[in-house]
Design a protein around this ligand. Sequence first.
Ligand code: ZN
Ligand code: ZN
Length: 305
Amino acid sequence: MPISQPRASNSDLVVTTLGTGTPVYNPLRCSQSILVEAANFFLLFDTGRGVAQRLVQAGIAPAQIDSLFFTHYHSDHTVGFADFWLGSWLPAGGGRSKPLKVAGPIGVQALIDGHRIAFADDIRMRVADQKLPLEGTHIEVTSHSECGVLFNQNGLKVTSFETFHGKMIKPNWGYRIDYAGRSVVIGGDSNNDRSVAKIAADADLFFHSVGAADESLMKFPEIARILQHHTTPQQAGEIFSVARPKMAALIHIVTPSRPGLPPIKLEDVRAKAEEFYYGSIIIAEDLMRFEISDDINIIAPNKAS
Ligand SMILES: [Zn+2]
Ligand SMILES: [Zn+2]
């Protein structure tokens, strides 16, 4: 598919869920990455597995991304970074010639420095051989440890907030994006953190992660441990009820399984959450496009790609 400019839209804020999955390998669900378009900016939140491929499928060249924000450093949110970063520098990825801006909680500098070391030979060879501009590999890093505004240009604002994912899973953050009276909240991975509901109060679109398994699977300690780090469907429904977003969406749905014991169905996860919520809940899919203006228009993946 040729890389093209994004489709014209009259919406104030457009959100595309590039990757909606988890660490589990699933060709239909890359791991987490969300694209936000507004005010002629392209902002990326996390770089999960397959992020560069999904960007191209969404009609965006990786080089078009202005700023990247990491929620936390579980690998399912970061492993696509090298492909995204270096691919964006190549002509096929749009030929980035200016530095990429990357923000994240403490640890982001080490992540970026490590990538520079790991790919030093690739960069050296392509500068010498293909004459690619070294500046296109440069990254401006900002790390944050307090809640606050990280991006504020042309009315587009990104605000960070800390969330609880687990006692040993720190730092861990989410982001609220505001533009022209529209808003989207990316809760990141969290474990029944009710403070997220306050941040997401009256947001247009609120993404929340969730985890669930049938009783037969909960007796496995490794599965119980994973699910201890995630919000249950009931808790997610309650958080949505407090936040009262215009649209509630589940993303990053953790559904462990074992041989002979299949994962809980996503429809059952949704149904359990909806028992505790007054409205209907969307299950985000890869390449689902949310166009936010007075209403929220969802374009299904098969039509968007
Ligand atoms: Zn995580
Ligand atoms: Zn995750």
